[in-house]
Design a protein around this ligand. Structure first.
Ligand code: BEZ
Length: 404
């Protein structure tokens, strides 16, 4: 029986077609004793994610979620076996261009999936635009990626920083909060999330009395927590994630502030972190495009499968990785596995609609998810659904000249 050659070189359209028809023709010319059954050539996916540092668990869960989807499809998407190559971006913006160039230039990946950190994502978007590399962002919310820097080859399966925080402004005002302090890391995600919250909150009639921040990824919160105690606001709105979120929530409770100044935030404050935060997380309310107990079939089967694969409870990061693979599958299925047919791949991905574990998911003209944003509260050791804070929320995509 003849064998097709597995190549790790990226495929253009012609080589992809050669992988099947060409191999058959070659088999006929050399009179192989049995007909060749050509395997489609693999598609190379480059993960550029944090596998170390404060966001390490987030990167790992995105990776696991993506692989889970591929495994459920038997290891192929649209008929193409998937190969992986990983780069640890360490959430360091200063290394991001080199890391991206390594994946695109040296590894010659067909698509890059990454990353978590908004500052790293900004550099990735620039390289993707310059090299016309397909980029799927499975977390970083930096508004520009699907705003002024939007492009047909840049997709996001997560959220924009604006999208998940603006709805919290009205929620907190409606709960009677009038004077609020914000606290975050001083970098794109923190500033944009706090800015979006403030936009919604001031529109509703509330006032942000002080904006506190510290450099990413510092976790010396004590001075800022003391400042909150002095200011005595009605509530605090916070963005931290990963290891930093664990420490902040524990420090806040250790200072006793959780008893007097209610803590709210972007959902990352408590997603994937509750086991480490313990009782300190109880009662924290956040907005996000996911809640652990969403009562839909996709979420139930996702959580069961993720637990079986990893032994851990799935969270939003795992969902975003899972959906990144589903989005790629939509593009590949539409072209019968021809990733080189880029215009058709991109059109099919933009038109994709699926029942995600997060609920209904579709994509805007700027290639950003259109999705529900949920108000959740930490109860019983999980982020439980309280209400839908925004139905089918779409990022305004400010500055994006909409794709055709
Ligand atoms: C960001 O940098 O965009 C980000 C990081 C962690 C969680 C959410 C957003």
């Amino acid at each position: 029986m003849s064998q097709s050659i597995v190549s790790s070189r990226p495929l253009d359209r012609r080589r992809f077609l050669m992988g099947s028809a060409g191999a058959l023709a070659a088999g006929a010319a050399f009179r192989f004793p049995t007909p060749a059954i050509a395997q489609p050539a693999p598609l190379k996916v480059g993960f550029m994610l944090p596998y170390s540092g404060t966001f390490a668990k987030l990167g790992k869960f995105i990776d696991d979620g993506f692989r889970l989807y591929v495994e459920q499809q038997g290891g192929s998407l649209g008929g193409r076996p998937i190969q992986f190559v990983q780069v640890d971006d360490e959430s360091k913006p200063e290394s991001a261009t080199d890391n991206m160039n390594r994946l695109v230039g040296r590894e010659k990946v067909d698509v890059v999936v990454g990353t978590v950190h908004s500052g790293v994502a900004m550099a990735m978007v620039k390289v993707a635009r310059d090299t016309n590399t397909m980029l799927i962002i499975p977390n970083a919310g930096v508004n520009e990626a699907t705003g002024p820097l939007c492009a047909p080859n840049i997709f996001r399966t997560s959220f924009s920083n604006w999208q998940v925080c603006e709805p919290m402004g009205k929620v907190m005002f409606d709960e009677g909060r009038r004077n609020v302090v914000t606290i975050t890391w001083r970098y794109a995600a923190g500033q944009q999330m706090v800015g979006a919250f403030a936009e919604g909150f001031t529109k509703a009639g509330g006032k942000v009395v002080e904006e506190l921040a510290l450099p990413f990824p510092e976790v010396e919160f004590q001075a800022l927590i003391t400042r909150i105690a002095t200011l005595k606001p009605d509530a605090v709105f916070a963005f931290f994630a990963g290891g930093g979120a664990v420490k902040f929530v524990k420090d806040y409770a250790a200072a006793g502030l959780n008893k007097s100044v209610p803590l709210y935030g972007a959902g990352f404050l408590t997603d994937g972190t509750i086991p480490a935060q313990g009782e300190a997380a109880n009662g924290i309310k956040t907005t996000l495009h996911y809640a652990d107990n969403l009562d839909n079939a996709a979420n139930k089967s996702f959580l069961t499968a993720f637990k079986a694969k990893t032994g851990q409870d799935g969270d939003i990061y795992a969902v975003q990785g899972f959906d990144a693979a589903a989005l790629m599958a939509a593009g590949l299925s539409a072209t019968k596995g021809d990733w080189g047919a880029r215009a058709q791949v991109a059109a099919a991905m933009q038109a994709a609609k699926f029942d995600s574990p997060r609920g209904p998911l579709s994509f805007s003209k700027a290639n950003n998810p259109v999705q529900n944003v949920y108000l959740r509260e930490v109860r019983n050791g999980r982020n439980e659904l309280v209400s839908v804070a925004g139905q089918a929320v779409s990022d305004p995509a400010r500055g994006c000249r909409a794709q055709s």
